[in-house]
Design a protein around this ligand. Structure first.
Ligand SMILES: Cc1cc2nc3c(=O)[nH]c(=O)nc-3n(C[C@H](O)[C@H](O)[C@H](O)COP(=O)(O)OP(=O)(O)OC[C@H]3O[C@@H](n4cnc5c(N)ncnc54)[C@H](O)[C@@H]3O)c2cc1C
Length: 402
């Protein structure tokens, strides 16, 4: 459903977004939302976030630049304005981040016309939540080793196997599923499917992180029937399609671009500076400690680089390779985030051990919680080591490791 309002330029659209967000930002939930959409498990959080995403979509803040025939709003060059305004407003994150960030670009690039028309609108509105069933116990970094198998029987496939680390699996309606259709061909024997999470034979078991939170899951598939029209691209083309999904997951896709979160790289740093100014260390604010200041300034320089690179990446001739800056972003940003939390824990000293729920914990223990959660982004979607390999081999053209 298109937004029935026109805008003469990005500035006018930005003003519209700001005003809409100021008028519509929801009140906080009774039980605070987890730090990231990865960790959402409660139905009341899901309902609240689906409602929020639906409103943002109807207001034109999601699928802003996507074609009208797929439920988008048909603008050009407005999505990043909307995304940036959502971030600046500190609004809640979008629950359907896998749908928006991975399913949408994958379907746009590889889906049939029917698949795009069927799936895209409910992804935008958040009415159907998506998860990603790629990793398996023996296939993470070496994803092509996956062993879940799909066998063709008439007009459908029967899938057996197990997936792991599946974020949102307990809340999702659909899963992006990779399965092996040929045992003898490591890469060419993988096919890409869309699997209903309520299909008979799908079971989901939560996994708990060191933070005590869940959010990711084991997913077991036992004789699960997947109709052939839920296959993406050709039989055996799954590796190519998966690479397209992962490119989007790693930040270099051209898709919907609306995986807004309430945080930007600079907002973390602002909070860290606030902590340093307000926390005493050796009788003075930690901000006065030259070692702490040095670490924060170094982070500031790196974050400024990230922010400027994001601007630079919009100008094709300044990119130095189509994927370099976006791929670099995941690696650099996730490591900066981790380091910012390490500095926060140094500032807090022994008080850093007070965790969420402890009445004496600074900021309700969110620095310790956040530090542990930063490992999500240095591991998921390809670990930092794998990101470095990709940048070295595919972007810089260094010799390939085996
Ligand atoms: C919070 C979270 C959410 C996730 N959500 C999902 C999800 O929704 N769906 C999904 O499918 N998966 C998901 N994952 C899985 C994630 O993609 C994998 O954990 C990741 O790809 C690493 O795979 P692995 O855990 O099997 O580690 P391994 O591949 O066993 O790697 C172990 C270590 O070895 C290093 N290593 C491995 N190979 C190389 C190499 N060639 N060169 C250098 N170093 C190497 C790795 O960097 C890592 O440090 C999630 C993971 C996390 C942590």
């Amino acid at each position: 459903m298109a937004l029935d309002q026109q805008f003469s330029d990005q500035a006018e659209f930005a003003a519209y977004c700001r005003e809409w967000l100021a008028d519509n930002r929801p009140d906080p939930t009774e039980i605070p939302l987890p730090q990231a959409a990865y960790e959402v498990t409660l139905t009341e959080h899901r309902d609240y976030l689906v409602d929020w995403q639906k409103k943002c979509f109807e207001a034109g803040l999601i699928a802003t630049d996507l074609p009208l025939e797929y439920g988008g709003h048909g603008f050009d060059g407005f999505q990043r304005v909307a995304t940036s305004e959502v971030q600046k407003a500190g609004a809640p994150y979008f629950i359907n981040w896998i749908g928006l960030g991975m399913t949408v670009p994958t379907l746009l690039a590889h889906g049939t016309e029917e698949q795009k028309r069927q799936f895209l609108p409910t992804i935008f509105s958040g009415e159907e939540i998506w998860c990603q069933g790629f990793s398996e116990p023996g296939a993470g970094s070496d994803l092509a080793s996956l062993q879940s198998k799909a066998e063709k029987q008439g007009d459908h496939w029967v899938v057996n196997g197990s997936k792991i680390w599946n974020s949102m699996g307990a809340l999702a309606d659909w899963m992006l599923l990779l399965a092996r259709t040929d045992r003898d061909d490591k890469y060419g024997g993988i096919t890409y499917f869309l699997c209903r999470m309520d299909a008979p034979g799908v079971s989901v078991i939560p996994i708990y992180k060191m933070t005590g939170e869940s959010g990711f899951n084991e997913v077991h598939l036992e004789n699960v029937v997947v109709p052939d029209h839920q296959r993406i691209d050709e039989v055996g083309a799954g590796w190519k399609v998966a690479m397209s999904t992962l490119t989007s997951e790693r930040g270099a896709g051209t898709g919907v671009g609306a995986v807004a979160s309430s945080d930007s790289p600079m907002s973390h740093l602002d909070r860290l500076i606030g902590l340093a100014k307000n926390t005493p260390k050796n009788g003075r604010p930690a901000w006065d400690d030259p070692v702490i200041r040095d670490r924060i300034v170094k982070l500031y320089v790196r974050v400024s680089g990230v922010v400027e690179n994001a601007r630079r990446s919009r100008v094709r001739d300044l990119n130095g390779g189509a994927m370099r800056l976006p791929l670099q972003f995941k690696l650099v940003n996730s490591e900066i985030l981790q380091e910012a939390h390490q500095v926060a824990l140094s500032i807090l000293g022994p008080a850093a051990s007070l965790y969420v729920g402890d009445p004496d914990a600074v900021d309700n223990g969110k620095w310790a919680l956040g530090y542990m959660n930063t490992y999500t982004s240095t591991i998921s979607g390809g670990s930092s080591e794998i990101q470095r390999n990709i940048l070295g081999e595919r972007v810089l053209g260094l010799p390939k490791t085996k």
